[in-house]
Ligand binder design. Structure first.
Ligand code: GTP
Ligand code: MG
Length: 154
């Protein structure tokens, strides 16, 4: 059975979309096999998006990804990589179809809510990066970790 790496990005977490996004994966038929809430070190964010390091948007992307906690997950299922990309939708929410996660919840190409691996090989690479490294020790968030747009009442 194929696995894929999915990460709810900081705006997805800040906006309280962990539940709805997980529900969509469950309803599609995926099985959740690992999940970790974490605030990424800059080095891990840079490694994760290493293929884009020469792109003009790289720094903005890394700043964004480290701006608050993310929810890193491994989902298993038939054609997991392609099926996950299909329910996530196109990279730019402007082009993503309604009914996809980015089409329904996103408006901005940087804050596009969720990441999904683009091939079985990158899925394996990303899973080892996030789940088999020394950086993956369980941790608890401070409210201040969520950044200035956090909407948490005390
Ligand atoms: P991920 O699942 O996040 O990897 O997105 P993707 O596979 O749909 O797109 P890709 O890997 O090509 O790009 C990674 C991320 O870089 C995207 O999710 C966007 O946030 C950002 N990105 C990609 N292309 C552009 C662009 O042309 N301009 C800007 N500002 N950001 C971009
Ligand atoms: Mg990608």
């Amino acid at each position: 059975m194929e696995s894929t790496f999915v990460m709810i990005k900081p705006d997805g977490v800040r906006r309280g979309l962990i539940g709805p996004i997980i529900t969509r994966f469950e309803q599609k038929g995926f099985t959740l096999i690992a999940m970790q809430f974490m605030h990424l070190e800059r080095s891990l964010a840079e490694q994760h998006y290493g293929e884009h390091k020469n792109k003009p948007f790289f720094n903005e992307l890394v700043e964004y990804l480290t701006s608050g906690p993310v929810c890193a997950m491994v989902w298993e299922g038939r054609h997991a990589v392609a099926n996950a990309r299909s329910i996530i939708g196109k990279t730019n929410p402007v082009e993503a179809s309604p009914g996809t996660i980015r089409g329904d919840y996103g408006m901005d190409i940087t804050g596009n809510i969720v990441h999904g691996s683009d091939s079985p090989e990158s899925a394996q690479h990303e899973i080892s990066l996030f789940f088999h490294s020394a950086m993956s020790a369980p941790m608890f968030m401070e409210i201040s970790d969520f950044g200035h747009t956090a909407n948490i009442s005390h």
